[in-house]
Each structure stands twice: as C-alpha cells, then as structure tokens.
Design a protein around this ligand. Structure first.
Ligand SMILES: [Zn+2]
Length: 203
C-alpha cells in the first residue's frame, strides 16, 4: 500500500534521506509530509530545500501541515498557509498540498492555490469526531468560497484524518458542498489519482 512519509524537520538525518530515496525509487512512498507549527520552522526555510529537491526528483508531492494544530505546544504562525506560497513560487516543479485548507485561514489558502498551478489543498482534519450542524455549515461556506474564488477544484483533495474524525460525517460534509458530479469525483479521487500517480482506472 502506498504511503506518505512524515519527515521531522528537526530530527531527520542524512541517512534518513538515503532511506527515503530508496522508498521513493521503489514507489512505496508516494509523497512527503512536513509539520510546520508542530515544529518551529517555516516551509520556505532554506533547510527544506533538500527535501523539495528530492520530491521533484521523484515527482511526488510534498504535503504541508497548515492551520490549527492538535497540540498546545505548537506555534501557530509557522502553520500559516501563506508561507507555502513562497515554496510554490520558488519551486515551480514541486507539487504541493496545503493540508487542512489552512483552516481557519482558508482565504489565504485559496489565494495560494489560485495563483500557483503546483499548489493543491486537502480538506482533512477539519473536525474532531463528527461535524455539528453549525460547524458543518460554517466550513461548507468556506470551501464553497474557495471553489468560487479559485475556480474548478482541480486542486482540491478529499481527506479525513481518520481516526481523529469519522468517515461517515466527512462523506456527508462533502455531499453538503452541493458540487456537480464532475467536481465531486475530482475531489473524491480523480485529483489524488493524478497527483500521486496512483494508477487507478480512468482519469
Ligand atoms: Zn496535518
């Protein structure tokens, strides 16, 4: 099963990079994830360059945690989605995913995906457990705004963060967006299929 490899910015070693390249070459690892906020660094920190170059070499996306953090020790400013804009501009061949649509900074996220063809966003981790009716309505409005502003959602990816949140509530959430069937299919799997080169039938 293909996986995304989380990389600890503060703790990774030279030999970890070599191990990662092996997994990337074998296709076991389909992408990397970084955790700014949980760790105090900005995604445009020059020390990330080696990871971005690795991802470009193997043509896999780098997923970047943005927005709220599930830890009181995290420092929020590092997790701002606008910080991903620098990376998207400086590495035009790098495929990026802004995780959690930068929630609650969704507007900043929508600008980054709007202006950078290589930037995508996922809707995972917006809630703990189940959406309440009011919170679902609140998030639905924001994701709809994103699609209105940034255009056809070729950049938007489904994701849940299960087991933190429930699958059923998430499927209902996406249905509540009231998308066309075409856009729904893109978000649910076609965009991810293309981006991560999953090789699922019919793109
Ligand atoms: Zn995350």
């Amino acid at each position: 099963m293909p996986v995304i490899a989380g990389v600890s910015f503060l703790n990774y070693k030279e030999r970890d990079l070599r191990e990662l390249s092996d997994y990337l070459r074998e296709g076991v690892v389909k992408g990397l994830k970084l955790y700014p906020g949980y760790e105090p660094f900005y995604p445009y920190d020059s020390r990330c360059r080696v990871l971005y170059e690795l991802a470009v070499e193997y043509d896999v996306p780098v997923m970047i945690h943005t927005g709220d953090t599930y830890s009181s020790k995290a420092k929020g400013r590092y997790a701002h989605p606008l910080a991903v804009d620098d990376v998207a501009v400086d590495f035009p061949d790098l495929k990026l995913v802004i995780c959690h649509v930068g929630n609650p900074w969704v507007r900043d996220c929508m600008e980054v995906v709007y202006r950078n063809k290589n930037a995508h966003a996922d809707i995972s981790g917006l809630v703990l457990g189940d959406f309440t009716e009011r919170f679902e309505a609140f998030m639905v409005e924001q994701v709809r705004e994103m699609v209105l502003y940034a255009g056809d959602p070729n950049y938007l990816l489904y994701g849940t963060d299960w087991p933190i949140c429930r699958m059923r509530t998430y499927l209902k959430f996406v249905r509540s967006l009231g998308l066309s069937e075409e856009h729904y299919e893109k978000i649910m799997w076609k965009n991810a299929n293309r981006l991560f080169k999953l090789g699922l039938a019919e793109v």
